[in-house]
Design a protein. Structure first.
Length: 103
């Protein structure tokens, strides 16, 4: 059964900036882009960098260490040096709260 978990207040999110949240023992980064919220693993797949501190360009986040770019929609790599995609999580916003879906 799919499970939704409350991880943040929507008011804590600002366009173009990431925040870190921890849920189910995982470190996640949340981003708000054009009013839509995205959740992605916070750890870059190339090294020990936190994507919540990355630069947002469109629907991509750029790693602050070596500038790999990941899609916030599906975690795919747009440009290296990272080669492995980052995991993304379904998000729902309801009543001013942000929920992540665990399956
Ligand atoms: Fe993210 Fe190298 S640690 S691109």
């Amino acid at each position: 059964m799919d499970k939704w978990t409350d991880v943040a207040a929507q008011a804590d999110l600002f366009e173009g900036a990431g925040i870190a949240v921890t849920s189910h023992g995982l470190d996640l980064a949340l981003f708000s882009v054009e009013g839509e919220v995205f959740a992605i693993d916070n750890l870059c797949t190339h090294g020990n960098a936190r994507l919540c501190e990355g630069f947002v360009e469109g629907h991509h986040v750029e790693c602050p260490f070596h500038q790999a770019q990941f899609s916030l929609r599906d975690g795919s790599v747009r440009c290296g040096p990272a080669t492995a995609p980052a995991r993304v999580w379904p998000v729902r916003v309801e009543g001013g709260r942000v929920y992540i879906q665990w399956s």
